[in-house]
Design a protein around this ligand. Structure first.
Ligand code: ATP
Ligand code: MG
Length: 346
């Protein structure tokens, strides 16, 4: 029996979380839910109690009241690795003409980089001796703001190990050699991005069975669109990972198709890669695929791979049949119709 905290999230998010909870139950998962009532999602004491009492959290997308819960899950529980599989399902609306089936995973560092959120007023940096690349004082440029990019050996090594372990596991499953592609701007930011790359390559040395390549992040962005089938596991610092994983999601039909899991050493939470889709709230048209596949990732994490595989297979079958697709994939099915089709396939 696994204990799972559930947050239904903001805006249109509950419309995908509710059918996902029903699906997890129907898949025969052995799960005891800890529901966080909507009026308690911004009560940090209640949030912590629910999260800490659970083995994992199923999270809806957050944009408003659920943000503090998200911050606790990410920074409070130090879930440093955001894992985002990018897999082609049949009959989806994809922008690339060549029919290559994509099967790659983006692993994004989740706590640091520019998203550590250390920002300030440029005026306050006077006296720090900050200069531009020609030696001119930066604050002398007038009013402005700055952000600090943080890269530590500890969290870089931790997220790199997740990436290389994943490549190794995927190699076993596929029979191909595992491959990790690292993307950084170590040419422009040798200290911070350079350190991320250096530590990732140090970790790589412990995985002689996994091929490793280091690219400039912009070059990797090009490769992601030009030759995505050549990528396996992609390891990226926080902001590049955020941006490139949304772009990668577009390659397989958009955000509605993109699940994710955020892993720490002793906790993980699972949420769709998309936001709260405020523009379609209440219309009953949001695609629950990303949320459902996130739940399957969660069941894998919880040691319930059979239930996870049943969910993956049921979702896959609905796409293969192609008769109950939601609007974002060119269909006319409502969220409820898609969800019922998945339950039937199950
Ligand atoms: P947020 O600030 O929460 O990220 P957003 O306005 O950026 O909100 P997203 O949820 O990121 O909205 O979505 C971007 C676009 O993709 C929106 O047009 C949204 O309707 C669409 N979208 C997102 N998720 C889904 C989904 N699961 N099914 C269908 N469309 C979706
Ligand atoms: Mg968004």
């Amino acid at each position: 029996m696994s204990k799972v905290a559930v947050f239904s999230g903001d805006d249109a998010s509950p419309e995908v979380v509710e059918p996902t909870v029903r699906l997890v139950e129907a898949a025969g998962a052995d799960v005891d839910w800890i529901r966080v009532p909507p009026d308690a999602v911004d009560d940090l004491t209640a949030v912590r109690a629910a999260v800490d009492a659970a083995d994992a959290t199923l999270f809806g997308a957050a944009s408003g009241r659920s943000i503090p819960a998200l911050q606790y899950l990410r920074w409070g529980r130090r879930t440093y690795a955001n894992v985002r599989p990018v897999r082609t399902l049949p009959n989806t609306l994809r922008p690339l003409r060549d029919g290559a089936r994509l099967d790659l995973v983006i692993v994004r560092e989740n706590l640091e980089g520019l998203y550590a959120g250390v920002e300030g007023d440029l005026a306050d940096t006077e006296g720090w001796g900050l200069t531009d690349r020609t030696g001119r004082p930066i604050a002398a440029g007038g009013p402005g703001a700055f952000a600090v990019q943080v890269v530590t050996r500890r969290w870089t090594a931790a997220v790199a190990r997740i990436a290389f372990d994943l490549a190794r596991q995927r190699a076993v499953e596929s029979g191909r050699t595992g491959h990790v592609a690292i993307g950084t701007k170590h040419n422009v930011l040798p200290r911070t991005d350079g350190l991320f790359r250096e530590v990732a390559l140090e970790v790589a040395a412990g995985y002689p069975d996994v091929r490793v390549t280091s690219y400039l992040a912009d070059d990797l962005a090009r490769r992601l669109v030009a030759s995505p089938a050549e990528l396996d596991v992609v390891l990226l610092p926080n902001m590049y990972g955020d941006i490139l994983s949304d772009a990668a999601a577009a390659l397989v039909g958009g955000l509605g198709m993109a699940p994710s899991g955020c892993y720490g050493d002793d906790y993980a939470y699972f949420e769709p890669a998309h936001g709260t889709a405020p523009d379609i709230v209440g219309q009953g048209v949001i695609n629950p695929t990303a949320q459902m596949l996130s739940a399957a990732m969660m069941l894998d994490y919880l040691g319930q791979p059979a239930a996870a595989a049943r969910i993956d297979a049921a979702v896959g079958q609905v796409y293969r049949i192609g008769r109950a697709l939601t609007r974002d994939q060119g269909g006319a099915a409502l969220t409820a119709e898609f969800s019922n089709a998945v339950l039937e396939a199950l």
